[in-house]
Design a protein around this ligand. Structure first.
Ligand code: COA
Ligand code: AMP
Length: 626
C-alpha cells in the first residue's frame, strides 16, 4: 500500500522522474532517454526517442518469461453457447499468424486497418496483429450503420477491413457483411481487401479478388515478428462523437499508452500477473480497447471477453455466472448494466445461485454513477464499488479511487480524486479557477500524462479548436462539475451536445443532421433526456415545412428508421415529436439546454419573445411527457 497524496504530488512536481520510473515496467527496443518533449505544445510527445512494439509487450515477453501456459483470453459467449480460451502461447501464435496474413494482403507499418467485428476473440487477435506490424487499427463498434462506417473508412483510408459474417444480439443474428459491403460502396476510399470471419450462424458471400476468408488466410500465413515502432507512432485511431456529425479520430501512441496502461493496472485496479480481469464492455469503445485488450495483457493477467448482455442472456444472473465460472477477481462495467440487472432482480436473488467470492472489486465508468446504483451494488456484492471517470481522449482514468495505491473513503456520487499525472481543475466562464464546491468546466492543466491523445487523426487544427483553445494551457474535457474541499471531483454531465446513452457516447448534432435531411422537416432539435435505465436517451423534435400534411404516426416512424439506418441501432432514438416551433434566443439559436431542463422537470428561464411563448405552450407538455 502506498500513499496516494505523495504519489500525486510527485507526479506533478517531477513528472519526468515519475513517468521514467513507470516506463521501467515496459520492454523497449530502445529505452527512452527523453521523457517528455514539450517543444511543440500543445502537441506534447512522450518518450520521443524510444522504440518498442506493443504486441511484443502484450504477448512475447510473457511467453519468453515462461508464462506461455497462462490463460491470456477467455471468450464467454452465452449468445452462441460457447466458451473458449487461449493461453499466452496460443494467442501469440494466432496474432503472429494473422499479422503475417495481413502483411500478405499488403499491410505494412503505418497502414490503417478497420476492424468491424462483434465480441469475438478474433477482434483481439486482429488488433494485436496490427500492433505487431506497426499498422494502425481503427475498430468501429458493430452497432453503427454503413454510413458511419463509410465516414470512418474515408477518414482513416484503410488498406484492409476485417469483419465477420455476423454478430449476435441476444437471439437476433445481425449480418455484418452486407453492412460492410454497403459502407465500402458509400465510401470514396476503397480498401484493397476485406478479411471475413465466417461464423457458424451465417455464411457471408465473398467478392472475388477483394474478400478473403479469415480461416484460409490464417492457414496460409507465415508468422510475423514484432516490428519496432517509435513510441510516438500511432497504435490506433478510435472515432468518438463530437458535437458535429463528423466523428473525431482520437489517436493513441504506442509508448505512452503502454506505460500508462501498465501503471494503471497496478496502481488503480490492483491487478497483476495471473489475476482474472473482466471488462464487460465492447472492443468498439475505449473501455474495450484499454481494458479488454491492452492493459490486462500488458501486465500478464487473464482477460475475460463476454459476448452477451447483463440481462436476457439468459437472465439477470449472467454477470454473477461469469464471475463464478472464471474466478473473476475484478469486474469493470458501466452503471447502466447494473441498473439493467437491478430492474429485473431488485433483491439480487440471482447472486445466491453463484459463488462470487473471487470478486475483490467492482469498477464502474462510462457515465455518472448515481448513488442509488452504488448503494445497491455495495450492499449486495460486499466489495468496494469504485466509480471512475475518463474519456476516449484520455485512454485511461483521470479521476478514480486508486485502489492499488490506497483505498480512499468513498463518497457516493463522486469518482473520488484526480490520479497521478492529472492536474484537474474547475474553471469558471472567466477562465479562473472557481472556489471549492462551485460548479464550472472541468479541465486538465497541460501537459496531460502519457497515454492521452497526442492529436486527432489528420486534424491538428480540430484537436486545438476542440480541446485546447477554450482555456489556454488547459485541456477541455467537455464535462462540467466541481471539486469539494477534500479534493473529491464530482462529474455532473457534458457541457456540449454529446450525450451518453447506456454508457455509449453519441452526438445529438449527428442525429439532427439526419432528421434535417428528411424532405418534410424544416428544422429540428435532438436533446438527451434523463432515463432511469440508460442514464440518458435522445428525443427528437421536428418542425415540418409549411404545407406538409402527413400522418404523424407514419412520419415519426420514418424519422426513427432514418436515424437507425444512417447512424445505427446504437443511437437508440425511439421518440420523435412533431411540434409547431422550437424555442430560440433572440439571435435565432435553438435553446437546447432550456429544452433539456424543461424535460427534466426544471423551472427554466426562457427569453420572453412572443414566438417563444407560443412555441412553449405547445412544447412544454410534450417535453414533460416521459
Ligand atoms: N451490433 C449491432 N447492434 C448492436 C450492438 C452491436 N454490437 N450493440 C448494441 N446494438 C443494438 C441493440 O441490439 C439495440 O437494438 P434495438 O434498438 O433493436 O433493441 C440498440 O443497438 C441499442 O443498444 P443498447 O443501447 O446497448 O440497448 P439494449 O437495450 O440492447 O441494452 C443494456 C441495454 C444496458 C443492457 C446495454 O446497453 C449494456 O449492457 N450496456 C453496458 C454498457 C457498455 O458496455 N458501455 C460501454 C462503455 S463502458
Ligand atoms: P467515452 O469517451 O465514450 O468514454 O465517454 C466519455 C464521457 O462519458 C465523459 O466525458 C463523461 O461525460 C462520461 N463519463 C465517463 N465516465 C464517467 C463517470 N464515472 N462519471 C460521470 N461521467 C462519466
Amino acid at each position: 500500500m502506498g500513499d496516494y497524496r505523495a504519489s500525486f504530488e510527485r507526479s506533478l512536481t517531477d513528472p519526468d522522474q515519475f513517468w521514467r520510473e513507470a516506463a521501467g515496467a515496459v520492454t523497449w527496443r530502445r529505452a527512452p532517454e527523453q521523457v517528455l518533449d514539450a517543444s511543440n505544445a500543445p502537441f506534447y510527445r512522450w518518450f520521443p526517442d524510444a522504440t518498442l512494439n506493443t504486441s511484443e509487450n502484450a504477448l512475447d515477453r510473457h511467453v519468453q518469461a515462461g508464462h506461455g501456459d497462462r490463460l491470456a483470453l477467455v471468450h464467454d459467449s452465452p449468445v452462441t453457447g460457447t466458451q473458449t480460451s487461449l493461453t499466452y502461447a496460443e494467442l501469440l501464435d494466432q496474432v503472429a499468424r494473422f499479422a503475417g496474413a495481413l502483411r500478405a494482403l499488403g499491410v505494412e507499418k503505418g497502414d490503417r486497418v478497420i476492424v468491424y467485428l462483434p465480441m469475438v476473440a478474433e477482434a483481439v487477435i486482429a488488433m494485436l496483429a496490427c500492433a505487431r506490424l506497426g499498422a494502425v487499427h481503427s475498430v468501429v463498434f458493430g452497432g453503427f450503420a454503413p454510413a458511419e462506417l463509410a465516414a470512418r473508412i474515408d477518414d482513416a483510408r484503410p488498406t484492409v477491413v476485417v469483419t465477420a459474417s455476423c454478430g449476435v444480439e441476444v437471439a437476433r443474428v445481425i449480418e455484418y457483411k452486407p453492412l460492410v459491403d454497403r459502407a465500402i460502396d458509400l465510401a470514396s476510399h476503397k480498401p484493397n481487401h476485406c478479411v471475413v470471419l465466417q461464423r457458424p450462424q451465417v455464411r457471408a458471400s465473398l467478392q472475388p479478388g477483394r474478400d478473403v476468408d479469415w480461416a484460409t488466410v490464417l492457414a496460409e500465413a507465415e508468422p510475423a515478428g514484432p516490428v519496432a515502432v517509435k513510441a510516438t507512432d500511432p497504435l490506433y485511431i478510435l472515432y468518438t462523437s463530437g458535437t458535429t456529425a463528423k466523428p473525431k479520430g482520437v489517436v493513441r501512441d504506442n509508448g505512452g499508452h503502454a506505460v500508462a496502461l501498465t501503471w494503471s493496472m497496478a496502481n488503480i485496479y490492483d491487478i497483476g500477473p495471473g489475476d482474472v480481469w473482466w471488462t464487460a464492455s465492447d472492443v468498439g469503445w475505449v473501455v474495450g480497447h484499454s481494458y479488454i485488450v491492452y492493459a490486462p495483457l500488458l501486465v500478464g493477467a487473464t482477460s475475460v471477453m463476454y459476448e452477451g448482455k447483463p440481462v436476457g442472456t439468459p437472465d439477470a444472473g449472467a454477470f454473477w455466472r461469469v464471475i463464478a465460472d472464471h474466478g473473476v477477481t475484478a469486474l469493470f462495467t458501466a452503471p447502466t448494466a447494473l441498473r439493467a440487472i437491478k430492474k429485473e432482480d431488485p433483491q439480487g436473488s440471482f447472486l445466491e445461485k453463484y459463488d462470487v467470492s473471487s470478486l475483490r472489486t467492482l469498477f464502474l465508468a462510462g457515465e455518472r454513477l448515481d448513488p442509488d446504483t452504488w448503494e445497491w451494488a455495495t450492499d449486495r456484492l460486499d466489495v468496494p464499488v469504485i466509480d471512475h471517470w475518463w474519456q476516449t481522449e484520455t485512454g485511461w482514468p483521470i479521476v478514480a479511487n486508486p485502489v492499488g495505491i490506497e483505498l480512499l473513503p468513498v463518497k457516493p456520487g463522486s469518482p473520488t480524486v484526480p490520479l497521478p499525472g492529472w492536474d484537474v481543475q474547475v474553471l469558471g466562464t472567466d477562465g479562473k479557477p472557481v472556489e471549492a464546491g462551485a460548479d464550472g468546466a472541468i479541465v486538465v492543466k497541460l501537459p496531460m500524462p502519457p497515454g492521452s491523445l497526442p492529436t486527432l487523426w489528420n486534424d491538428d487544427e480540430r484537436f486545438v479548436s476542440s480541446y485546447m483553445s477554450a482555456f489556454e494551457g488547459y485541456y477541455l474535457t467537455g464535462d462540467g462539475g466541481r471539486i469539494d474541499e477534500d479534493g473529491y471531483v464530482y462529474v455532473m454531465g457534458r457541457t456540449d451536445d454529446v450525450i451518453n446513452v447506456a454508457g455509449h457516447r453519441l452526438s445529438t448534432g449527428g442525429m439532427e443532421e439526419v432528421l434535417a435531411g428528411h424532405p418534410d422537416v424544416a428544422e429540428c432539435a435532438v436533446i438527451g433526456v434523463a432515463d432511469a435505465m440508460k442514464g440518458q436517451v435522445p428525443r427528437g423534435f421536428v418542425v415540418l415545412k409549411s404545407g406538409v400534411d402527413r400522418d404523424e404516426e407514419t412520419l415519426r416512424a420514418e424519422l426513427v428508421q432514418l436515424v437507425r439506418d444512417q447512424i445505427g441501432a446504437v443511437a437508440s432514438l425511439k421518440d420523435v415529436a412533431v411540434v409547431v416551433g422550437l424555442p430560440k434566443t433572440r439571435s435565432g439559436k435553438i435553446l437546447r439546454k432550456t429544452m433539456r431542463g424543461i424535460a427534466d422537470g426544471l423551472d427554466e428561464p426562457v427569453p420572453g419573445t412572443i414566438e417563444n411563448a407560443a412555441v412553449l405552450d405547445d412544447l412544454r407538455p410534450v417535453l414533460r411527457r416521459s
